[in-house]
Design a protein around this ligand. Structure first.
Ligand code: PMP
Length: 404
């Protein structure tokens, strides 16, 4: 059985966690907001691959675009230009917040963050970064160095030096931490893995003002918030902020292909004129992933998925607030923006039990990687109100079961 093979050959600890949550299952197929396991049980997917599945599973237009590309040329030879790569870069530049005209493609959010950190050093010639408490940017050495979670950082030390950690949501702390060696400030416009934390109004604008004044780059990590999830195409749009570098991934491949992108102001990548191979990857920007990206972006814009995320998110948050009134001893807070919604429990054990109870009832969720007290709800942006009702009813039952 594939579960046992996974447990033995891939990750026994994670398999143990899955057992605990009753998800010691093998997935079979998926469509839209639903997933089926090999025993035929259906699940409502309110995790959405950690905020990746904006268009749901197997969106037909993205699947078709990938099939078409698969029949033509799935992999680039890399010594010629691939059309989907060039077109997706141009399209992203058009919809970017500000003049982010150059795009470096990679295969994941983490790689896109790594590129952003290196580009900031290339451009400024400085080594330092400022990051936020509970921020999440990935787990390779560079990305981990700006992901201040002791549990993950400690066994990997020494990390990349020059990182200062400040509280999230506190622009003054950033101002105080800026020094002559600071290359960039990296921030999620809304923290995802840190427990769905929306910063105070004006935070991003303040960061922009401070970094601009000091000649420091502002890197917006929109891996999770981007492409509509927050209720705007980019979460920085909420404050009209134009970062110097924007990092995207997750939803960028339409839930069909893995892809990451680092969007930069053109001057930041001037180095390519003299050192065209200073940062490169074999698979980054491959035609299949970019064909998926082009189709996904068109669907997102045509169907106004950001607007939909906002509307459905308000409905979801409203429904959860009613549950909060019913179970104040378990739920500490309901928060979020768009379809990035967090349910903070009074302790992490309750959160774990609720995730398990929900799984039994056929609803998939998970807690924040950097804050296990918070169960995050990040369904596809195409979710219907009836799906939200289904999730909230299951949550009600799950909480009632936890109470006993
Ligand atoms: N940045 C943010 C804000 C993220 O949420 C994540 C993933 N949860 C990453 C970076 C890393 O992306 P990936 O898992 O695709 O490498």
């Amino acid at each position: 059985n594939a579960f046992e093979l996974y447990e033995r050959h891939v990750n026994p600890g994670l398999a143990g966690l899955l057992r605990f949550t009753g998800l010691d299952k093998v997935e079979s197929h998926a469509e839209g907001v639903y997933v089926w396991d090999t025993e035929g049980k259906r699940y409502l997917d309110f995790l959405g691959l950690y905020g990746t599945l904006s268009l749901g599973h197997r969106h037909p237009r993205v699947v078709q675009a990938v099939k078409d590309q698969l029949d033509k040329m799935p992999m680039s030879v890399r010594v010629m230009v691939s059309e989907p790569t060039a077109r997706l870069a141009a399209r992203l530049a058009e919809v970017a917040p500000g003049p982010l005209e150059m795009v470096f493609f990679s295969n994941s959010g983490t790689e896109a963050v790594e590129a952003a950190l290196k580009f900031a050093r290339f451009y400024t010639g400085k080594p330092g970064f400022i990051t936020t408490q509970n921020g999440y940017h990935g787990k390779t050495l560079g990305a981990l160095s700006v992901t201040p979670k002791e549990r993950y950082q400690h066994p990997a030390r020494p990390l990349v030096p020059g990182v200062t950690v400040v509280p999230f949501g506190d622009a003054q702390a950033v101002e105080a931490a800026l020094g002559p060696d600071t290359a960039a400030v990296i921030v999620e416009p809304i923290q995802g893995e840190g427990g769905i934390r929306v910063p105070p109004e004006g935070y991003l604008r303040e960061l922009r003002r401070i970094t601009r004044e000091k000649g420091v780059l502002l890197i917006a990590d929109e891996v999770q918030t981007g492409l509509g999830r927050s209720g705007k195409l980019w979460a920085v749009n909420w404050e009209g902020v134009e970062p110097d570098i924007l990092v995207s991934a997750k939803a960028l491949g339409g839930g069909v292909m893995p892809i990451g992108a680092t969007l930069c102001r053109p001057e930041i990548l001037q180095i390519y004129k003299t050192e065209p191979l200073i940062h490169s990857t074999t698979f980054g920007g491959n035609p299949l992933a970019c064909a998926a990206g082009l189709a996904a972006l068109e669907v997102t814009l045509e169907q106004d998925l950001p607007g939909r995320a906002l509307e459905q998110g308000q409905y979801l948050i409203g429904s959860l607030q009613q549950l909060w009134n019913t179970y104040p001893e378990f739920i500490q807070e309901v928060r979020g923006r768009g379809l990035m919604v967090g349910l903070e429990f009074t302790d992490a054990d309750i959160g774990g039990l609720v995730v398990a109870e929900l799984a039994t009832r056929g609803v998939l969720t998970a807690f924040g990687l950097n804050d296990p007290k918070v169960v995050r709800l990040e369904p596809p942006l195409i979710v219907e109100k009836s799906h939200i009702d289904e999730c909230v009813a299951a949550l009600d039952q799950a909480l009632a079961a936890t109470k006993v």
